[in-house]
Design a protein around this ligand. Structure first.
Ligand SMILES: [Zn+2]
Length: 202
């Protein structure tokens, strides 16, 4: 091959590389919308709609710990606590520390309370005023949670923890349902067993 032949060959090779590069860039541009990151809410942001995985009992109560199924719940109502000095008028839902705690029902945050036995706690009053839902041993509150805030069933309000007198090796949500007489305050009320409200047909 003479000098002209080599030059033509070199141009053809360069042209081929350029074409391949353009095709590659073009295909990259075509697929780029599919590869763009999906916007995700910043961790800690409030979710106003119920999480899609929430389980709802026959009564309409949402199991108030994310990812816990009805079959995993244990009815520990009335079990001795405090060395037999008192009975457990609640349900304990075991879950790893940091698991989202969900509102079991709609209502309004009535009180965020630092309790010696309960640790970080939340009291939610139902819209009709007749029920208070109590969440205790929380590791912390969902970002921005505040008294007076309305909540929807399944809305994330806090995180499972072991604050208060809970065993640090067994983080769980202590959940109470209290029926409230007219005029009763958040610390009053009459506890009812949450288990039948959470598990259909029991
Ligand atoms: Zn408990």
């Amino acid at each position: 091959m003479n000098r002209l032949g080599w030059t033509i060959l070199a141009l053809l090779v360069l042209g081929g590389i350029a074409l391949a590069t353009m095709v590659h860039l073009g295909s990259g541009q075509l697929s780029s919308p599919q590869r763009s990151p999906t916007p995700t809410p910043a961790s800690g942001s409030r979710v106003l709609r119920p999480a899609p995985s929430t389980a709802t009992g026959a009564s309409g109560l949402v199991i108030p710990v994310a990812g816990v199924a009805a079959a995993a719940l244990h009815d520990d109502w009335g079990e001795p606590r405090g060395g037999g000095t008192r009975a457990h008028h609640a349900i304990d839902i075991m879950a790893p520390k940091g698991t989202p705690v969900l509102a079991a029902a709609s209502g309004r945050i009535e009180k965020l309370f630092e309790s010696v036995p309960g640790g970080h706690t939340v009291y939610v009053r139902s819209e009709d005023g007749g029920t208070v839902y109590y969440y205790a041993h929380l590791d912390g509150y969902w970002l921005g949670l505040h008294e007076g805030q309305p909540v929807l069933p399944g809305e994330r309000i806090a995180f499972v923890g072991a604050t208060g007198d809970a065993d640090p090796g067994a983080p769980h949500l202590h959940f109470e349902v209290k029926r409230m007489a007219a005029g009763e305050r958040w610390w009053q009320g009459t506890n009812v067993d949450p288990y039948p409200l959470l598990v259909p047909g029991r």
